[in-house]
Design a protein around this ligand. Structure first.
Ligand code: LMR
Length: 394
């Protein structure tokens, strides 16, 4: 049996992580995988997470199974953080999942059960694992234009043109904030237009929100998701706590399915529970419980928000610094888009050869499509990147 296996396609982001590890050069700079790092290059355990884990260790009496949907307090507190006033409990079904990827996978499986022929529309480009999982599940996939290579901004006209072709019942995957890999995001007015188009066409929005708090702030980053949730009859939302709580390896995600009405909610919830049971039985609990402890405790929550805000501000400062360095070197505003982009990533618009040049000559690792992780920089390495960008002729 195992003789019949063929090698699987390598994931570009994970492949790059390995290349970086194998590079013996001391000054190498990792701008690859989307993991936050502070100025010292460390991905810290956040203070509130440490405190909650300590309390959990002292107070937790059992490690017996939770419910199939996970701890109800987790779904309740995290859905409130994301949906705010747009949260309508009577229509909300939710399950804890292993990370944001688990939520995406379960959402796609839900779509496949409910509507096997549905086409899932992805932004071009998107996070590579989106199309990978869709193809793995043998679902229909289509792309809508999203990024304008010339302006490094959203190609909104192209996006709306393409989305005009979606059919009722198709699913449109949208990044709630901090678009991965481009860093280019819709304005509030553009979100309004997208919502109107979804209302008109009867397509179902599927929001991936993995970076809430990394762009313009916790509420600001959730505004688009809240708008969609308050206006459309059916909405799927895959959320991750990996980045904003810094608990990557604990795998804390949440899938929310907003049902059209309260009578459809129980069967939606039952199907989500069923999907958890089929795929891994009970979802992981440690990270989820840490999250709900933080969100339910005023002091822990305030400290978490303060630390998250420092991280967000640090990334914005690095964006400003890099844009300024490049403004000075090019004597132009050509790279100002870096300061306008939001979240952890920017696609800087280098060719694959230029990306290779920066890796081989300067030891700077970015994803092949020229996505850089801003949090991989610090005040000292920003000028080195600016120099490499110039040297590569970007
Ligand atoms: C990324 O885009 O780098 C992150 O979401 C990590 C991953 O799993 O790819």
């Amino acid at each position: 049996m195992l003789n019949d296996l063929n090698p699987q396609p390598a994931d570009k982001i994970l492949e790059l992580m390995q290349m970086f590890r194998d590079d013996p050069r001391a000054g190498k700079i990792d701008l690859g995988v989307g993991v936050y790092r502070n100025a010292a290059g460390i991905t810290p355990v956040m203070r509130a997470v440490k405190a909650a884990e300590k309390r959990l260790w002292e107070e937790q009496q059992t490690k017996a199974y939770t419910g199939l949907a996970g701890d109800p307090a987790y779904a309740e507190t995290l859905s409130a953080l994301i949906l705010g006033d747009a949260r309508d409990e009577s229509r909300l079904a939710a399950i804890a999942t292993p990370g944001g990827t688990g939520a995406i996978r379960q959402a796609l499986e839900l779509i496949r059960i409910a509507s096997p022929g549905a086409t899932v529309w992805l932004s071009a480009p998107t996070w590579p694992n989106h199309p990978s999982i869709i193809r793995f599940l043998k679902m229909n996939l289509a792309e809508y234009r999203y990024f304008d290579d010339a302006t490094r901004d959203v190609d909104f006209a192209g996006m709306m043109d393409d989305l005009a072709r979606v059919k009722a019942g198709d699913v449109v995957l949208l990044h709630g904030c901090c678009h991965n890999p481009t860093g280019a995001n819709l304005t509030p007015d553009q979100w309004e237009e997208v919502v109107a188009l979804l209302e008109r066409t009867g397509a179902i929005p599927f929001i991936d929100i993995a970076y809430q708090g990394f762009g313009d702030g916790l509420d600001e980053d959730a505004a688009a998701t809240r708008l969609v949730a308050s206006r459309l009859p059916e909405v799927l939302i895959a959320a991750s706590c990996s980045k904003n709580f810094g608990i990557y390896r604990e795998r804390a995600g949440l899938l929310m399915a907003i049902a059209p009405d309260s009578t459809t909610r129980p069967v939606t919830q039952g199907t989500l529970n069923f999907l958890n049971r089929q795929n891994y039985s009970f979802p992981p609990d440690h990270g989820a419980r840490v999250v709900s402890m933080i969100l339910d405790d005023d002091a822990l929550r305030a400290d978490w928000q303060a630390e998250l805000e420092e991280m967000r501000q640090g990334m914005l400062d690095l964006r400003e610094q890099l844009a300024a360095e490049l403004r000075q070197r090019t004597n132009s505003e050509r790279f100002d888009f870096i300061a306008r982009h939001r979240g952890m990533f920017s696609r800087i618009g280098a060719s694959p050869e230029q990306v290779r040049h920066m890796r081989e000559k300067h030891g700077i690792y970015m994803v092949g499509d020229s996505r850089i992780n801003i949090a991989g920089l610090n005040a000292e390495t920003v000028p080195l990147l600016a120099e490499a960008i110039m040297d590569a002729g970007v």
